[in-house]
Design a protein around this ligand. Structure first.
Ligand SMILES: [Mn+2]
Length: 325
């Protein structure tokens, strides 16, 4: 990886105009990583834009107080020489941003997803990294570029969010080492945790209540799932964007090894988040429905009514668990 980090730093050195992007509906790692890279490139005197499809969940808004991330598909004010794609396993998943990439642009891909398609000129896909932010820390260190307190905050928040507060299996001694270095460089764990985990809106808490109350367990308690219907959204006043992290409660239930959250996006589109532990592979399971992700956290979308999708996925989940046992 060291050689590739140096290659990316050399390409950054050589060029002036950069576009940074990530997967649609960016999460904490996407947002923190993009913002950290944005400030780092800006400090190196580059022209930089960050464009994403989707929106920023409320709890991550503190990471972009100046509203740097552009969510509109309007043309860029400059033609990027280099496009850096963070946290995104395939080019399809950047959405409309794909149309903003000129033919001549050099693509760089920095990710930690199992199923990354290595679609760029330089691909750093490090599954051992707990977050893309962890790779960016190594990139900045290799390039001896300054990690300012603002950049440290972005990277720390991204790692905290992608490791579920430093407790997922992806948390390694290196994640902790990087986090510790980031605190030395000015990241404030309390300020960041308050923003990430204590700024919930009343509607979000009410939606969480309804989500938890929807719990169903199957197969002797080995599988659990939650649902969020459009009625839940209406009655709670919460939003789908602010339901990130709800699914993680599923693995706190005694005996549950694989869990799901079904979100009714519309009458016939259901978004499914998958979580697993103890040897069950979420990404592998999600790939049966054309989705993907990580070993313990993945997702996919299905067309159909909520009830039908739940039924189909549960059938496959029971088969999958029986096969693995
Ligand atoms: Mn990530």
């Amino acid at each position: 990886m060291k050689k590739k980090l140096a290659e990316i730093n050399a390409l950054i050195e050589k060029h002036d105009r950069f576009l940074i992007t990530s997967h649609m509906d960016p999460d904490g790692d996407s947002i923190g990583s993009q913002m950290a890279l944005y400030y780092s490139l800006l400090n190196r005197g580059k022209t930089v834009a960050v464009v994403n499809q989707g929106s920023i969940p409320a709890k991550y808004k503190f990471l972009d107080p100046d509203k740097v991330i552009d969510f509109s598909p309007d043309m860029l004010s400059f033609s990027p020489e280099v496009v850096i794609i963070l946290e995104c396993p395939s080019l399809d998943r950047i959405g409309f941003v794909r149309d903003l990439i000129p033919e001549s642009a050099i693509l760089l891909n920095i990710d930690h997803h199992n199923d990354n398609e290595n679609y760029a000129r330089v691909n750093i896909v490090d599954k051992e990294s707990s977050a893309v932010a962890e790779i960016l820390y190594l990139l900045f260190e290799e390039g001896k570029s300054d990690i300012t307190p603002v950049i440290a905050k972005q990277l720390y928040a991204a790692i905290s969010s992608d490791t579920g507060r430093f407790r997922f299996g992806s948390t390694t001694s290196r994640s902790m080492y990087v986090a510790s270095r980031l605190i030395e460089k000015g990241a404030g764990p309390k300020e960041i945790a308050d923003n990430l985990y204590s700024g919930m809106l009343p509607g979000t808490i009410k939606l969480l209540g309804r989500t938890l109350a929807s719990l169903k367990v199957e197969l002797d308690g080995k599988i659990g799932y939650f649902t969020i219907t459009r009625e839940d959204l209406e009655k709670s006043g919460g939003t789908i964007e602010n339901s990130e992290g709800f699914v993680d409660f599923i693995l706190s239930i005694y005996g549950v090894r694989m869990g799901f959250l079904f979100k009714e996006l519309s009458d016939d589109v259901i978004k499914v988040s998958v979580r697993s532990q103890n040897g069950y592979d979420s990404a592998n399971f999600a790939s049966m429905f054309n989705g993907g992700g990580h070993t313990n956290a993945a997702g996919f979308s299905e067309k159909g009514e909520l009830e039908t999708v739940v039924k189909d996925v549960m059938k496959k989940a029971r088969e999958y668990i029986r096969e693995c046992d």
